[in-house]
Design a protein around this ligand. Structure first.
Ligand code: DGJ
Length: 355
């Protein structure tokens, strides 16, 4: 077993077998007195950017030392032929549903590297370490409109213009997105969902937050009580701001968002925002990475923010290594506050006890 007492952002992070932890784009789940870390299992080289193995899970008592608990969701044994080696499984997020006693995993799913499916995969397990079995691959809320849809996005001419070229509209910043109505074009089949996260509010209601409309706009979709379905209620936030890597937390009654811009695996300047309600309106607060190197978020991209109690929050991010995916590193930092603004200071070795 390892015996770490601090976080060392960006360095190799050995598990209990001395192997660099393999859980990228991940999340934490506290359950039964343990901490579980789920993330994408990567393999060597560029081929490692696709899902060759599945979702890895590690277990810890203290956030520093992690036991390898194996593959929680195995692409070769997922319960469905839709999921197979070489598909895309990104940003897995896991919740425990108190109502059903199930562990529920959501992830971004693509059949292949063309990234045209923009779907969500949902898998469940009876134990935190898995095995998770696939329940559904789907788009979001077919037939429904967001509750805060602006009238111009219901304009049939705009919808038709976007529908005619949907698969050709790029997922990077692109004025085309704001000229048409990708939203309206996607209502019949359901909305795109690429980078995503889950968030459970104080009342137990869970939400899926995802980059949609070809990444141009973030959506917040309410989940059913069993966390398996979408209720049909959803909202657009950050319209035409092209954000990825959403992560959220709640502090002193306010909702905080930290995400990124849209530059593939390359780092960019993080974004942050605050709101009184998840549904918005959200006020952007700028790049929370305020020190030198912060213009590229210290080389990292957000994936999860873990509440630690006592107003302390752990920001988790990935330093992607797309040329050798398995070598991707982790940047875990404390969320600090300047007034009401969350800030991420330059990476340094640190420990929870110092907060
Ligand atoms: C950036 C996203 O945040 C990652 O999860 C992944 O989808 C890459 N883009 C792929 O280029």
């Amino acid at each position: 077993m390892t015996n770490f007492h601090s976080f060392r952002p960006g360095e190799l992070w050995p598990d209990d077998h001395g192997v660099h932890i393999n859980a990228h784009g991940g999340c934490l789940l506290r359950h039964g007195g343990k901490i579980y870390w789920y993330g994408e299992h990567k393999v060597e080289g560029r081929r490692g950017n696709l899902a060759r193995v599945g979702v890895h899970v590690y277990v810890s008592d203290d956030y520093y030392n992690w036991r390898d608990a194996g593959i929680a969701f195995d692409v070769k044994n997922s319960g469905s032929t839709a999921v197979r080696p070489g598909c895309v499984i990104e940003r897995p997020k896991v919740l425990f549903c108190p109502r059903t006693g199930k562990f529920v995993m959501y992830f971004h799913f693509e059949r292949d590297s063309s990234y045209q499916d923009a779907s969500i995969g949902i898998a469940t397990a009876d134990a935190p370490e898995g095995p998770f079995q696939l329940r559904e691959i789907t788009k979001i809320n077919p037939g429904f409109w967001p509750e805060n849809t602006p009238p111009e996005l219901r304009d049939p001419a705009r919808i038709a213009a976007s529908a005619a070229k949907l698969n050709r509209i790029s997922c990077g910043e692109n004025p085309e997105a704001a000229r048409g109505s990708i939203l309206g074009a996607c209502v019949p089949t359901g909305q795109d969902s690429r980078d995503m996260t889950l968030f459970v509010d104080d009342d137990g209601r869970a939400y899926l937050i995802y980059s949609s409309e070809r990444n141009s706009t973030t959506h917040v979709a309410e989940l059913t009580d069993d966390y398996l379905g979408r209720t049909g209620r959803f909202w657009r936030i950050f319209p035409f701001r092209w954000m990825e890597a959403p992560s959220l937390f709640k502090h002193n009654g306010k909702y905080y968002f930290i995400g990124s811009g849209c530059t593939g695996w390359a780092p960019n300047a993080a974004r942050s925002a605050v709101a009184d309600s998840l549904q918005g309106p959200w006020t952007e607060l700028g790049n929370p990475a305020v020190d030198d190197g912060g213009e590229l978020t210290y080389g990292a991209q957000s994936t999860w923010i873990e509440p630690l109690g006592g107003g302390r929050f752990l920001f988790m991010a990935d330093i992607w290594r797309p040329d050798n995916a398995i070598d991707g590193r982790y940047l875990w930092l404390p969320v600090e506050f300047e007034g009401e603004r969350p800030v991420l200071r330059a990476p340094r070795e640190w420990s929870l006890e110092s907060l």
